[in-house]
Design a protein around this ligand. Structure first.
Ligand code: COA
Length: 149
């Protein structure tokens, strides 16, 4: 499977919406929220991972303000998991942060999301803090992770 990274478009938003609620539950974003996010190209960088035929495999976004980058979302369509899609997406976000002269990058991840914590640890992030009750209306903690860009 070849994986290419392209700028996220409104068509990608439509393609990801069926997966968004299933993956992110109460934290799921609406299509409208995504459209607003991708329109803000000054601070934000949203990308889709696509295969050779253009099918969307995953998506991700990062925001850079000053020297600080924040990963906003990363998702891989279930049938394409464990094939390096998210690794490729995160590498693209880090390259963008580097291009924008950010010096450090942060993210939050649910404490019970073992797959994502393993993904970010493998990408060089370390866990620096816990935000109590950050998700699910106070029920689930967030782990804050950071790495140098
Ligand atoms: C987390 C997620 C993005 C990983 O996507 P993916 O494309 O399957 O990840 P990759 O194939 O690029 O995996 C890269 C590395 O991450 C780690 N990893 C990924 N999924 C893992 C899992 N289920 N269990 C353990 N480690 C995992 C491994 O180190 C993996 O390398 P390896 O396959 O060589 O062992 C995907 O499971 C997903 O979309 N989950 C739902 C949405 C989500 O939780 N997003 C993150 C929110 S912060």
């Amino acid at each position: 499977m070849t994986v290419s990274i392209v700028a996220m478009t409104a068509a990608h938003v439509d393609a990801l919406m069926p997966h968004e609620r299933e993956m992110f539950g109460t934290e799921a974003w609406s299509a409208n929220a995504y459209r607003q996010e991708i329109a803000d190209t000054e601070l934000r960088h949203y990308v889709a991972a696509v295969d050779g035929a253009g099918a969307m495999l995953g998506w991700a976004g990062v925001m850079v303000i000053g020297e600080t980058a924040q990963i906003l979302t990363v998702g891989t369509v279930p049938q394409y998991r464990r094939r390096g899609v998210a690794r490729t997406l995160v590498a693209d976000l880090l390259q963008h942060a580097r291009d924008r002269r950010a010096s450090e990058v942060f993210l939050e991840v649910r404490v019970d999301n073992d797959a994502a914590r393993a993904l970010y640890a493998a990408a060089g992030f370390t866990e620096i803090a816990v935000r109590k009750g950050y998700y699910d209306r106070g029920r689930v903690d967030a782990v804050v992770m950071r790495r140098d860009v």
